[in-house]
Design a protein around this ligand. Sequence first.
Ligand SMILES: Cc1cc2nc3c(=O)[nH]c(=O)nc-3n(C[C@H](O)[C@H](O)[C@H](O)COP(=O)(O)OP(=O)(O)OC[C@H]3O[C@@H](n4cnc5c(N)ncnc54)[C@H](O)[C@@H]3O)c2cc1C
Length: 463
Amino acid sequence: MTTTTDTDTAVRTLHRVFPADQILTDAGSLERYSHDDAEWAEYTAPLAVVLAQSTDDVARVVRWAGEHGVRVVPRGAGTGLSGGANAFPGSVVVSLERMNRVLEVNTDERYAVTQAGVINDALRAEVAKSGLWYPPDPASSAISTIGGNAATNAGGICCVKYGVTRDYVLGLTVVLADGEVVTLGRKTAKGVAGYDLTGLLVGSEGTLGVITEVTVKLLPLSGRDERAVIGFFPSLEAAGTAVAEISRAGIIPAALELIDHTCLVAVDEWQHLGLPGDVDTLLLCRIDERGAAGDELADRVESIFTAAGGTDVERATDPDEITRLFLARRLAYPALERLGPVLTEDICVPRKAVPTMLARIQETTRRHDVTIANIAHAGDGNLHPLIITPVGDEAAKARAKEAFDTIVADCLDLGGTVTGEHGVGLLKLPGLRAELGERVLAMHAAVKNALDPQATLNPGKAF
Ligand SMILES: Cc1cc2nc3c(=O)[nH]c(=O)nc-3n(C[C@H](O)[C@H](O)[C@H](O)COP(=O)(O)OP(=O)(O)OC[C@H]3O[C@@H](n4cnc5c(N)ncnc54)[C@H](O)[C@@H]3O)c2cc1C
């Protein structure tokens, strides 16, 4: 690390490398770029923010950082929920937000090449013009970047059927820790040449390289015929039983999302969508098989919902109605943030363990005297208990932290993992250590050391 005096010198030299409109050093900007959306993880203002406009810009800032002993924190849109993009003393944030062009959409081979700063929804809209579809759809698709999605291996709402980001990343352009630029992966439908370094970089949370371009696989847009089954449940556990039964029956829905009472009320008070306020837990199941096959699946889901205690189980076929219901799911997190700081869990348990895990979360709520709201990509067993504390209540914060640790321990006890999609960042480091064990952590350290021996890129994150 550099000393205070040489950080000043270092930042002065940065001004020789980039024009003034690509460097931010004012206090307001440094605060804005110092953290992601995980309010609980530690952060400090960086020395500067560099707004990269090209792969070459990223390479230059990484080389400059190496020369001056400065650490680099890559950043997309800062919507992360684990502190992965948080700055630390003596670091520089390199933001990819200006690299926001879709470079190629290839309809014959069904892929797109995009700069890392393109927003997920913008990519989907662009490829849709060519009749193509990019499936991974984090609930933050309107605000998060493809580079950030790749760096966290983001999941999303339709991932239960269509897979997560890694399943769609064919190739990457990456700036390595010494500033060299490499291209990884392929554009062909198949390819197994060499180690899967593309797969390694996906989900590496900015610790192994800065992703500047992403080549993604696309699917045809047409052929889906949507219907949704909606069910209201008297408890989280009853809804969890329905989720486990759907999985046991071999049904793979296009989405199976859970929203609890606290979230429904928070969204409705904010957005006035006309959501029911007297419901304990809502399950939304989307089915996109066509015609009779879709109807038959919807019938089976309705029966399972009813058998698990669901009431007012009904089917929606109006696309606007379906969009409105899923909008409530997408808005749940920002709606809760309005109530106070949110400590976000991202556990993933085997689907059969979903009811038990939800029951244990309720027990944790009582035992630690905390408020926990629940949303979930339930069909994947990926649960987001969201612990909300009143602003400025330090005792509640301490209880929330204990509740967080209890939930992680319960998840591991049930054979789960500490993060289903948000990444480890800073928040889940203790849980990860418990999950992986010494030998596997040493393998992580060996990979990091091989690719970034000076620990220039986002050190202290991810493992
Ligand atoms: C309302 C809301 C809903 C969300 N829903 C989901 C969801 O359904 N599924 C899901 O998976 N996540 C979800 N998230 C979390 C978040 O949106 C994702 O983790 C997303 O992938 C982060 O993208 P970003 O561009 O904001 O990245 P950032 O937050 O800026 O960065 C995330 C991590 O990636 C690294 N990084 C970013 N860009 C690059 C790059 N170009 N090269 C190398 N490293 C990079 C950063 O250093 C950091 O470690 C949600 C967040 C919010 C606020």
